[in-house]
Design a protein around this ligand. Structure first.
Ligand SMILES: Cc1cc2nc3c(=O)[nH]c(=O)nc-3n(C[C@H](O)[C@H](O)[C@H](O)COP(=O)(O)OP(=O)(O)OC[C@H]3O[C@@H](n4cnc5c(N)ncnc54)[C@H](O)[C@@H]3O)c2cc1C
Length: 540
């Protein structure tokens, strides 16, 4: 079989993390090749045509946590990336016809909350300050490998000291707050602080997406902090952005930045096997039999796909394979993308609401509703009453559809990957129907305005986007799968038991979402290991 010349680095997968890693490695002067199984780059950060002339962010749909460092270092705006802040950042229409927006500006949020509960509006200011402060302690951990728990002697003390310095000045009460955020439930936190069910629901509408667990499950409070990490070009805490041209504009910009730094990207090039001999990676073998040699290989595929699908079992310690096997996937969400002949008219939307305000709304009436929805899904049923997060992207971006057509993406929270009865192929349209029915309860003109619809079940997310069991984060974001336990304890620093083989995707620290952080961190780990000390930064 043909064997191509050796690359310094081969990256399996052109998701946004694979591309980020590639761009940094290219900038450091490494000959780098990215191999993508699909015929487009982007993984689950893509814009695709869902009907003639109509394009949508088929999977991820809002950019909130893309690291400002990545945007700057790779000069993404110069490669076409443009984001406009979502304002409101979120909005919940309630069954009684009240529509509550959550504005980007905090003072406007306070005014909005005051209309519902003066006490809660005051609590919000106090709690928001605390949360933002706590989030700032966590922020630096995002762009570096977590400390290793299994190092001995001086090194372990040094690591502990470094960790301790990060928390310099933290008070005892802040430590206990941090612990309760890491371990506590969102529902309990909200019940403790707020009196209005509607205000609690607003917080919910911004949280627990893609995760397992209803709002009263331990560990669900953490999202409150995650969302306050700064994002966007201007490092705003709590940033939410619409990406002009859809989410694919992020990965198109990353691909352009990588190519500018000398990276080669091949599409329709699925890797079938990672070549490992005597404990060291030698390269990869494509499905068509092409062998490609490389000194290091980074996998942007999820940990299960990588180690259970591409590495010979005999090359891995059995306890490592068992740990990988035990990662909780079982994707709990789906997506329905619509082309509409009319813009949705949400009952209760103020008459003077501009297009940006009309561009997003979340259909989840209460915490109890969400909790029930998770309970039903966890037993393998498709809930009749669904939690649906809607974004009418064409309201803020006229590049997506011709005049007279509207693009609405609908993220569906809490469906099972494993159905108790039947298959997803048999139930795909049922899910689509339930989503449209739910939207019709709040925006009655939508069911009659559907021109085209794409339903992506957890099984479709697996088949099309390569996500094991449809898990959008390459592994659930539960506490036992985070930080130094991601992807599995002992292997949180992007390295793996195979010398020269690294993970660089969402299955590693700090986890899923369009952040670029795993790709950035993995690239720097590779460079440290190769003793390439020069920091590959802004310049190509
Ligand atoms: C429906 C949905 C909605 C979401 N909404 C949001 C959102 O609004 N905001 C947000 O921040 N995040 C969101 N996310 C999560 C976010 O998109 C992902 O966590 C993130 O994009 C993962 O990026 P990645 O680069 O690590 O992996 P991926 O994007 O999964 O990329 C991995 C790449 O590897 C390729 N690959 C796999 N195996 C092979 C192989 N054998 N050979 C070659 N290539 C291979 C895949 O085809 C893929 O391109 C959403 C995800 C989904 C699915």
């Amino acid at each position: 079989m043909p064997r191509t010349p050796e690359y310094h680095a081969v990256i399996i997968g052109a998701g946004h993390n694979g591309l980020t890693a590639a761009a940094y490695l290219g900038a450091a002067g490494l000959s780098t090749l990215v191999l993508e199984r699909r015929d487009i780059v982007g993984g689950c950060c893509v814009t695709e045509e869902i009907a003639p002339g109509c394009r949508a962010s088929t999977t991820s749909y809002i950019a909130s946590m893309l690291r400002p460092e990545v945007i700057r270092d790779l000069e993404l705006p110069s490669h076409g990336l443009s984001m406009v802040p979502c304002d409101p950042a979120l909005q919940v229409p309630f069954p009684d016809g009240q529509v509550i927006p959550w504005w980007a500006d905090r003072e406007r949020v306070v005014q909005e909350l005051r209309k519902i509960s003066v006490k809660d509006s005051e609590t919000f200011v106090r709690v928001d300050d605390q949360l933002k402060k706590l989030a700032r302690y966590l922020q630096p951990f995002f762009l570096e490998p977590p400390p290793e728990v299994e190092v001995d002697g001086f090194q372990s003390w040094w690591k502990l000291l470094q960790l301790g310095r990060r928390f310099h000045g933290i008070t005892t009460s802040e430590v206990s707050q941090l612990i309760s955020f890491l371990t506590g439930s969102l529902g309990d936190f909200l019940d403790r602080h707020y009196e209005s069910e509607k205000i609690k629901t607003l917080f919910l509408a911004n949280n627990v997406y893609g995760k397992h667990g209803g709002p009263y499950d331990p560990g669900t409070a953490l999202g409150l902090l995650f969302h306050l990490l700064s994002g966007g070009e201007h490092e705003l805490q709590g940033f939410y952005g619409h990406v002009i041209g859809g989410m694919g504009a992020i990965t198109q910009a990353l691909a352009a930045a990588a190519r500018k730094r000398g990276v080669e990207i091949r599409m329709s090039a699925p890797v079938s096997r990672i070549d490992v001999r005597e404990g060291r990676v030698r390269g990869v073998v494509l499905e068509d039999g092409t062998e490609i040699s490389a000194r290091v290989v980074l996998s942007n595929a999820d940990p299960k796909r990588t180690f259970l699908g591409m590495v010979d079992a005999a090359e891995l310690p059995s306890d490592f394979r068992d740990a990988i096997n035990g990662i909780k996937m079982n994707g709990p969400c789906a997506k329905v993308n619509l082309v509409l002949a009319e813009e949705p008219r949400v009952t209760g939307m103020p008459r003077d609401a501009g297009p940006a305000q009309r561009s997003l709304f979340t259909l989840v009436p209460s915490l109890e509703f969400a909790e029930r929805c998770y309970d039903i899904a966890k037993f393998g049923e498709i809930p009749e009453e669904l939690w649906v997060d809607c974004v009418v992207a064409s309201n803020v971006d006229d590049t997506l559809a011709p005049k007279g057509r509207h693009i609405m993406t609908c993220f569906v929270q809490y469906v099972p990957y494993h159905l108790r009865q039947g298959t997803w192929d048999e139930n795909r349209e049922l899910l689509g129907d339930r989503v449209i029915k739910k939207i019709g309860e709040y925006a009655p003109n939508v069911p009659g305005a559907v021109v085209a619809r794409q339903v992506l079940t957890p099984l479709d997310l697996e088949r099309t986007y390569g996500l094991t069991e449809g898990n959008i984060f390459h592994g659930d974001l539960s506490l036992e799968q985070l930080f130094f336990m991601r992807p599995v304890p002992g292997w949180s620093q992007y390295r793996t038991p195979v010398a020269g083989l690294y993970l660089c995707g969402a299955g590693t620290h700090p986890g899923g979402g369009v952040t670029g952080a795993p790709g950035h961190n993995a690239a720097f780990q590779v460079l440290r290991d190769l003793h390439r000390r020069r920091r590959p930064g802004a310049s190509a």
